[in-house]
Design a protein around this ligand. Structure first.
Ligand SMILES: [Cu+2]
Length: 151
């Protein structure tokens, strides 16, 4: 598979199908406070006790905010990672300047989960909380989608 830094390259037909199925999810933020919006979220099935989830996070507010941690209600740990030169590296925190957005995607920025106590399977909903320095915690219900599918 080949990826660019910011997103997966997938066929247009797949994009159209995903858009038709999930148009409402894209149109309405999943969670929002003081200008920070989670506009799309999905995960892919786990492998062993590890999985990844992806979010589109927009800061439409006037103040910089920082994604500090992600909490999995089901337990285990999480960290924001980026993929550089085919290797994943921890990012620590994720800074969102006013007017900016971060689009996570396979092969790019993602949230990596470890120590899972149960499998994430297609059709599951994962309950995650994103904790920001300024706006606090935003809870998001995240669907587990097949590999290659995005909301
Ligand atoms: Cu990773």
């Amino acid at each position: 598979m080949t990826f660019n830094r910011w997103g997966t390259r997938i066929p247009l037909a797949a994009v159209a199908l995903a858009g038709a199925a999930c148009g409402l999810r894209r149109a309405h933020p999943l969670a929002s406070r003081d200008g920070v919006q989670i506009e799309a979220a999905y995960a892919h099935p786990s492998a062993g006790d590890v999985a990844a989830a992806y979010f589109r996070i927009a800061n439409r507010g006037a103040t910089t905010d920082t994604l500090q941690t992600v909490i999995n209600a089901g337990g285990g740990n999480a960290m924001v990672m980026n993929t550089v030169g085919g290797r994943m590296a921890p990012m620590g925190s994720l800074v969102l300047a006013p007017g900016s957005a971060v689009v996570m995607a396979p092969g790019g920025i993602h949230v990596m989960f470890g120590g899972l106590t149960r499998d994430w399977s297609i059709g599951d909903t994962i309950h995650l909380t994103l904790r920001f320095a300024r706006v606090g915690e935003l809870a998001v219900a995240v669907p587990v989608l097949p590999f290659g599918e995005i909301p």
